[in-house]
Design a protein. Structure first.
Length: 276
C-alpha cells in the first residue's frame, strides 16, 4: 500500500482512541429509534420539593404583607377612613355571645305550640276585689258597707276620729245605716236603694232633703256624696269638737228628736274602731 493511504498512516500520539459502540446501544440513542429517557422529577414534583415551594410562597406573602403596612396608598386611606367613620358612629362590635333582641322582636307573635305538647300557660287571674269589712256591733253586711263608705269619706277629708263617730251615729239614727229612697219622691227609686221612708222628701243614709238645699235626689242617693255633705256641714258648726255626739249631730240635722243620737254613740265607736 501507499504510504499516504490513510489506513496505513501512523496515529498521532494525542489522537483520541475510538471506542467500539454496541449496535444495540447505538440503536437506542440514535435516530427515531432512540428510546425515550425516563422523566426526571424536578424539585416541584417531589414531596420535599412541594413543601419547600409552599414554604417559600408563604414567606413571600408574609413579606409582602409586612411591606404593605407602611404604605399610604389610596386603598389604605379608604380603609382608615371607614374605620374612623365606624368609631365616630359608635358602631362597636360585640365581643361576647350576649345579644339583645331588636325592638321588632318584641312585637313578634309567640311561637306556635308544638303539636302534642301540653300547654303550660296559666289562665289570667281574676281581678282581686277589695275585701268587704266584717260586720260588727250587730250590723249586717249592707249596714257595714255603708258605714265603711262614711268612714272612708271622713278620712279622705282629714276629719278627726270624733267626726267619724258622730257621722256613723247620725246615720244609725236617721236610716239605720240603710240607703233609703222616699215614698214621697218617686224618682228616688230610680237609684240604688235598700228600702224606703216617708219623712217628707228625706232620702239617703242621712235623710237629707233636696228641698233644703242638700243636693239633688241623684246626689243624695249616693252614700259617698251624702257623707261628704254631712262632714261639710259639721265643719261649719263652731266648737263641734267639744260637743257631745248628740249635740254635734243635732246641730247639723236639726231633728225633732235631738236626744235620739246619744244611744248610738257606743255602737258607732265600735264600728269606727273596726274600720280605722
Amino acid at each position: 500500500m501507499h504510504p499516504d493511504d490513510p489506513d496505513h498512516q501512523p496515529l498521532p500520539a494525542n489522537r483520541p482512541v475510538r471506542r467500539t459502540i454496541d449496535p444495540a446501544s447505538a440503536e437506542r440513542r440514535v435516530g427515531r429509534h432512540r428510546a425515550p429517557e425516563p422523566p426526571r422529577r424536578g424539585p416541584a414534583r417531589s414531596v420535599p420539593g412541594r413543601i419547600a415551594v409552599a414554604t417559600g410562597v408563604t414567606c413571600c406573602l408574609g413579606l409582602i404583607g409586612v411591606a404593605g403596612v407602611g404604605e399610604t396608598g389610596p386603598a389604605h386611606l379608604e380603609v382608615r377612613e371607614a374605620v374612623a367613620d365606624r368609631a365616630a358612629a359608635d358602631q362597636r362590635a360585640s365581643r361576647d355571645f350576649t345579644r339583645v333582641a331588636p325592638p321588632a322582636a318584641a312585637a313578634l307573635p309567640p311561637p306556635a305550640p308544638t303539636p302534642g305538647a301540653t300547654a303550660t300557660r296559666k289562665p289570667p287571674r281574676k281581678p282581686v276585689l277589695p275585701e268587704r269589712p266584717r260586720p260588727v256591733a250587730g250590723l249586717d253586711q249592707r249596714q257595714m258597707d255603708n258605714a265603711k263608705a262614711i268612714v272612708d269619706v271622713g278620712r279622705e277629708m282629714k276629719m278627726p276620729r270624733r267626726a267619724l263617730v258622730v257621722a256613723v251615729a247620725t246615720a244609725m239614727q236617721e236610716s239605720n245605716l240603710y240607703n233609703l229612697a222616699s215614698d214621697v219622691v218617686p224618682q228616688s227609686f230610680d237609684h240604688p236603694h235598700q228600702g224606703s221612708g216617708s219623712d217628707h222628701d228625706s232620702v239617703g243614709l242621712f235623710q237629707q232633703r233636696p228641698s233644703s238645699g242638700w243636693g239633688t235626689v241623684a246626689q243624695l242617693m249616693r252614700p259617698a256624696y251624702a257623707a261628704r255633705a254631712f262632714y261639710a256641714a259639721l265643719r261649719e258648726v263652731p266648737g263641734w269638737e267639744d260637743m257631745s255626739v248628740t249635740a254635734a249631730a243635732q246641730a247639723v240635722q236639726v231633728s225633732a228628736y235631738p236626744d235620739a243620737y246619744a244611744r248610738h254613740e257606743k255602737r258607732a265607736t265600735t264600728v269606727v274602731s273596726a274600720l280605722v
